[in-house]
Ligand binder design. Structure first.
Ligand SMILES: [Zn+2]
Length: 346
């Protein structure tokens, strides 16, 4: 069985600047109206998350930062960061509500294989700061909660580096893999291959930065040579997926060229772990073409859970990268394989 963690308020929540608010909320509306009925027929059930107390936030954020967001929420003006994430009246309550959906998923996983929060995936929120349309980091929070129960991995395929998740979990004994676009001026500018974790998290922080022209062949290489071997050897009981789909070709904010098939292959890989008993929390993340984001989430969810896929299938297309892009990725993958095998991680 699968679950979709959803409250009606989720149709109105967005931590983006005003010009992106419509795209962010519209994808949740389309998902609920068009794809929830379809996913219901495939074994997903809608569950309404409770609103957790703010105490839960202290698992990943400093109290001073939580208090700061509360103050900004009361004043309702300005920005929570350098100009990406606006402060508006009630932003604290909205952020807690959004995070609650992912916490609920983590808490409910014992009787489900997959649970999805469309208002989740706020991977740019750091321990002490907001960033990139993210207030509180539900990805890191779910991973910390689940890691107390069993071996946990975070897989982040959003087009942007999960810098907040990395900041919070860098020293945690939790495997973190982020595959993201990387290039001059591209947000957030972190996520290089040599950021490999420290302390108990040594060699467990794996960044795979790929050039912005990358297509499905690059994604497939990363999947086959890093993602699958890492998950195979780590053997997580729980996987938290930051399932951002802003790397899909045509996304107005990014410029990566992944088609449905990259997300499909990833979902099939995750399904293979579900078949072995792993449980997966999926969060929405980025994706700025509403109809595509809603459709890709549904495609991923259906494939991760498995079963009858006839109602939703990937579009038959495949993008190919140029030789220069491929050679850059070859070098980075080789570097990572060498480092990670020296640590006995793969
Ligand atoms: Zn993103």
């Amino acid at each position: 069985m699968g679950a979709i963690s959803y409250r009606d308020e989720y149709r109105k929540i967005a931590f983006t600047p005003p010009q992106l608010r419509g795209a962010w909320t519209r994808r949740v509306e389309i998902f609920v109206e068009k794809y929830v009925p379809l996913l219901s027929g495939l074994g997903f059930e809608v569950v309404e998350p409770e609103v957790y107390s703010e105490e839960i936030l202290y698992l990943v954020h400093d109290r001073e930062y939580v208090d700061y967001v509360k103050r900004m929420s009361k004043s309702g003006r300005g920005w929570l960061d350098y100009g990406d994430t606006p402060a508006y009246p009630g932003v604290f309550e909205d952020a807690l509500l959004a995070v609650s959906g992912t916490v609920h998923c983590a808490e409910q996983l014992d009787n489900r294989s997959v649970c999805f929060n469309p208002q989740g995936g706020f991977h740019h929120a750091r321990r002490r700061s907001a960033g990139g349309f993210c207030v509180f980091n539900d990805v890191a929070l779910a991973a910390r909660i689940l890691s107390k129960r069993g071996r946990t991995a975070v897989v982040d395929v959003d087009a942007h580096h999960g810098d907040g998740t990395q900041d919070i979990l860098y020293r945690d004994s939790i495997l973190k893999i982020s595959v993201h676009g990387y290039g001059y001026g591209f947000y957030p500018g972190t996520g290089w291959i040599d950021e490999l974790g420290e302390g108990e998290g040594k060699c467990l922080n794996v960044n795979v930065p790929v050039p912005l022209a990358s297509g499905d062949d690059v994604f497939e290489k990363v999947l086959e040579e890093l993602l699958a071997p890492l998950l195979d050897s780590y053997g997580p009981r729980y996987i938290v997926l930051q399932g951002g789909v802003d790397g899909h070709r045509g996304d107005p904010l990014v410029g990566l060229r992944f088609t449905d098939n990259s997300y499909w292959r990833l979902a099939l890989l995750l399904h293979s772990y579900v078949e072995k008993g792993a449980k997966v929390v999926v969060t929405g993340g980025g994706g700025y073409v509403p109809v595509e984001a809603a459709r890709l989430w549904a495609l991923e969810l259906a494939a991760i859970l498995g079963g009858d896929m006839s109602p939703i299938k990937p579009v038959e297309e495949e993008s190919v990268s140029d030789e220069y892009t491929k050679s850059i990725v070859d070098d980075r993958v080789s570097f990572l394989k060498e480092k990670l095998s020296a640590c006995n991680i793969i």
